[in-house]
Design a protein around this ligand. Structure first.
Ligand SMILES: Nc1nc2c(c(=O)[nH]1)N[C@H]1C(S)=C(S)[C@@H](COP(=O)(O)OP(=O)(O)OC[C@H]3O[C@@H](n4cnc5c(=O)[nH]c(N)nc54)[C@H](O)[C@@H]3O)O[C@H]1N2
Ligand SMILES: Nc1nc2c(c(=O)[nH]1)N[C@H]1C(S)=C(S)[C@@H](COP(=O)(O)OP(=O)(O)OC[C@H]3O[C@@H](n4cnc5c(=O)[nH]c(N)nc54)[C@H](O)[C@@H]3O)O[C@H]1N2
Ligand code: SF4
Ligand SMILES: [Mo]
Length: 740
């Protein structure tokens, strides 16, 4: 029988989302702070340094941290408001248990943990160990990510653990690993201003990596020429030399045709290719077919723009490629990245000052959380769960027989499909909100309703936690201590500013308490997160992402340490591939030839428009956090559908009208934003809102065959004007952020 979530009015009354605001005049009118804690932002992968002001054991404000080298005191709108989550009225302050007929009641911690351990074993005894699954997140610190991987393999003993980075960094990571043998941005950000040419592909830098804008503009001030590839004229695109309004999914047309032109004009470093790479001949053979005209047809742009891009990129002496989800959220996400990396390698411009590339990390610990072993195919140190030597190393650190470590499990989307199929019966979820963020929401909802037992750990009652049988109140970033690894590969220290509020607990303690109830207490007997980090260092030792030489003291003294750092006297590695030595055993970079292919669902007569989805500066991911922060809700209270005036005219839609955006899977009703900054064949809806406002009602569950990332950036839709949905708005307003 389907489990109904608690009724909306009841949930809203009890758990918000309320938008928390500063009191008039600000919190600090109440007196000087008791202390100021140097730490980092809890939101995106830039991980800006910030100082939190604490008064009476509450975070009451912030100050810039000018000395931290990455952001030098600069912060974006989310960073300056993040502290408003701390004493938020929606904080969960007791474990909750679902009651028959809908709604939750408080439950004692002991009872909640006992019940969870009992249900895990009951399900596993009846259906096998892998019938209980774990889904985790990349906003977790390195320590917690490590702990979750160990919990799955040592305490729960399931193969089925995966994480929300599967929706985020895996295409970039898989491509980087294929080509270089390492999954990390190649350069520190200080290399960006030294580049003469920048190529920004599928990255809305100003809104999603706001501090990176400063680095791009430093390059521009120094004379760099900049190319942006995006179906939308994003804020950064308005300030650059060449904007290519690529049709969603058309990037390989641009990359391959640029390379075609560069070969013709002799802008290829053949000596570098011969000495340091493999695979060039196949690439050259493939791109021979991609004349500017062929590329232009694929990309839906004039051929002259592609030639211009080659003329900027080809002859430059130094260059930097930046890419993000715009080229990665595709069923050919890995291939898109491979084609972009060919442009870097063909010129030999890597491993030197001002020469290289970066994949812009998404979540706060998007980089570190994908190295510590919470991916279904991975063990700590970016080790391979199927490699016998890697398994032996980790088994020894954990003190378990190698054979007891489960093998590769299901990645996030197939894992939810297995729940839908009834193969997986139980789920532990931490730091992930699939009821906003996974594609094809109707399917995801059906899957969650079929679980026999579902426990969620969160500090707010997320849209997904509403489907849980038991909810455990966890901790915010500032309520726990640990490390993250920023977009550059720099390992940094988050200091604990305050304790969790009474009734909530640090995530890591919850996990260790659960492990003890599963009979693995001796393997989870940590007294602090520092002890977890020290074990992680040993577990990562000798791996690709080697943290062995990194200590919390060194991080504090050196403003972060870049991995790999194999020993205490090693300086860390800000720039990878110095001297053109790459991560594969042969020391070479392995170029990959790629051909363009269509998306899983291209527009047709019935659904003639491309829907692409993404972000806005004031909201973060599934919005559970930012939809609760007053200033951010004011900035972007609701989602909208960007349409070009030509398309809007054809559809009879005016700016501010309500439109339904409808795909074969579902519909979202949002306001129209008519703007010339988007291609006429494409509409854009930001995805941070739930239920009827969810862009993911429309998106498709198709995944990349290598990385398993969903195709968030393309599906086919039709758009039509609808009446202002009076009752729907009234009902939805609090759910969707509180303002219409
Ligand atoms: N404000 C804010 N910042 C964030 C986040 C947030 O939620 N809010 N989330 C963080 C996370 S987890 C992530 S992953 C990053 C994401 O950072 P980005 O990847 O920069 O953000 P997106 O909006 O997902 O997509 C970027 C751009 O891709 C374009 N695009 C769509 N389809 C295509 C295509 O086929 N080709 C090309 N070239 N471009 C295309 C879109 O128009 C959009 O402008 O941001 C991080 N920072
Ligand atoms: N259509 C569309 N969908 C997308 C995307 C897109 O571009 N378009 N982007 C995708 C991408 S790149 C990403 S990264 C995903 C993100 O999607 P999700 O991972 O689902 O989004 P989050 O908002 O990070 O969800 C994290 C949940 O964990 C909680 N949380 C945060 N930090 C902690 C913590 O330290 N401890 C605990 N216990 N809980 C915590 C938050 O309150 C929140 O409820 O969305 C994906 N979905
Ligand atoms: S850029 Fe990212 S890390 Fe920096 S303040 Fe904004 S959200 Fe936080
Ligand atoms: Mo992401």
């Amino acid at each position: 029988m389907a489990k109904l979530p608690a009724s909306v009015p009841e949930l809203v009354a009890r758990f918000g989302p309320h938008a928390q605001r500063e009191p008039p005049g600000g919190w600090t009118t109440r007196g000087e702070p008791d202390r100021i804690v140097k730490t980092h932002c809890c939101f995106c992968g830039q991980q800006c340094g910030i100082q939190l002001k604490v008064k009476d054991e509450k975070v009451v404000g912030f100050e810039p941290w000018e000395d931290f080298p990455f952001n030098r005191g600069k912060l974006c709108p989310k960073g300056v408001k993040r502290y408003l989550q701390d004493a938020h009225p929606d904080r969960l302050l007791s474990p909750l248990e679902r009651v028959e007929g809908g709604g939750f009641r408080p439950l004692a911690w002991e009872a909640a943990l006992d019940r969870t351990a009992r249900e895990i074993r009951r399900i596993q005894e009846a259906h096998g160990p892998d019938a209980f699954a774990i889904l985790t997140g990349a906003s977790l610190t390195n320590e917690k990510a490590y702990l979750m991987g160990k919990l799955a393999r040592v305490a729960v003993r399931t193969a089925n653990i995966d994480y929300n980075g599967r929706l985020c960094m895996v295409s970039a990571g898989a491509a980087s690993k294929k080509v270089f043998g390492v999954d990390r941005s190649a350069n520190p950000w200080s290399d960006i201003p030294k580049a003469e040419a920048l190529l920004i592909a599928g990255a809305n830098v100003a809104e999603c990596a706001p501090i990176t804008t400063d680095y791009v503009w430093q390059a521009r001030e120094a004379g760099a020429r900049i190319i942006v590839l995006d179906p939308r004229l994003t804020p950064i695109a308005r300030t650059v030399d060449l904007f290519i309004p690529v049709r969603p999914g058309g990037d390989i047309g641009v990359f391959n045709a640029m390379l075609h032109v560069m070969i013709e004009r002799g802008w290829i470093d053949r000596r570098f290719l011969a000495e340091h790479t493999t695979g060039w001949d196949a690439v050259e053979e493939t791109v021979r077919r991609y004349t500017p005209e062929v590329g232009a047809r694929i990309a839906g742009v004039p051929a002259s723009l592609i030639v211009k891009a080659a003329e900027i990129w080809g002859p430059a002496r130094t260059s930097f490629l930046l890419h993000a989800r715009g080229i990665e959220h595709h069923t050919k996400g890995v291939e898109n990245c491979l084609a972009a990396l060919n442009l870097v390698l063909a010129t030999g411009r890597i491993g030197r000052e001002g020469c290289g590339y970066a994949m812009i990390t998404g979540q706060g610990n998007g980089q570190g959380a994908r190295e510590q072993g919470q991916k279904c195919d991975q063990l700590p140190g970016s080790r391979d769960v199927e490699n016998p030597e890697h398994r032996r190393h980790v088994a020894e650190v954990w003190g378990v027989p190698e054979a007891s470590i489960p093998h590769k499990g299901l990645s996030a989307v197939p894992l939810v499909e297995a729940i839908h199929d009834g193969k997986i019966k139980g789920l532990l979820l931490i730091c992930f909100n699939p009821m906003v963020s996974l594609p094809d929401q109707a399917f995801i909802r059906e899957a969650l309703e079929r679980l026999e037992y579902f426990v969620a750990i969160d500090f707010f009652l997320s849209e997904t936690a509403r489907y849980a049988d038991v909810v455990l109140p966890g901790s915010l970033m500032e309520e726990d201590e640990g490390t993250t690894t920023n977009v550059e590969g720099r390992v940094i220290h988050h200091r604990q500013a305050v304790a969790p509020p009474a009734g909530a607990r640090e995530d890591w303690r919850i996990v260790c308490d659960l492990a003890a109830r599963l009979g693995a207490g001796d393997k989870f007997a940590y007294r602090s997160t520092r002890e977890i980090f020290d074990e992680l260092r040993v577990a990562s030792r000798g791996g690709v992402s080697d943290y062995f030489g990194i200590t919390w003291e060194r991080i504090d003294a050196e403003h972060g340490v870049f991995w790999p750092c194999p020993s205490l006297d090693h300086p860390g590695t800000p720039r990878l591939y110095e001297g053109a030595r790459f991560g594969h055993p042969d020391g070479r970079a392995h170029l990959q030839a790629v051909d363009w292919r269509p998306a899983a669902e291209e527009p047709d007569a019935e659904y003639p428009i491309i829907l692409t989805t993404g972000r806005v500066v004031a909201q973060y991911l599934s919005g559970t956090q930012t939809r609760r922060i007053g200033g951010l809700v004011d900035q972007t209270p609701q989602p909208y559908c960007e349409l070009h005036p030509r398309l809007a005219g054809k559809l009879g839609v005016s700016d501010g009208d309500f439109v339904s955006v409808e795909s074969r899977r579902g519909t979202t009703v949002v306001r129209a934003l008519v703007t010339t900054t988007i291609r006429p064949d494409t509409v854009f809806v930001p995805y941070h809102w739930p239920v009827e406002r969810a862009a993911n009602n429309c998106t498709i569950r198709a995944i990349d065959p290598v990385s398993n990332i969903p195709e968030f950036k393309i599906c086919a839709v039709r758009v039509r004007k609808v009446e202002r949905p009076h009752d729907a708005i009234a009902r939805l307003a609090p759910e969707a952020g509180g303002v219409v």
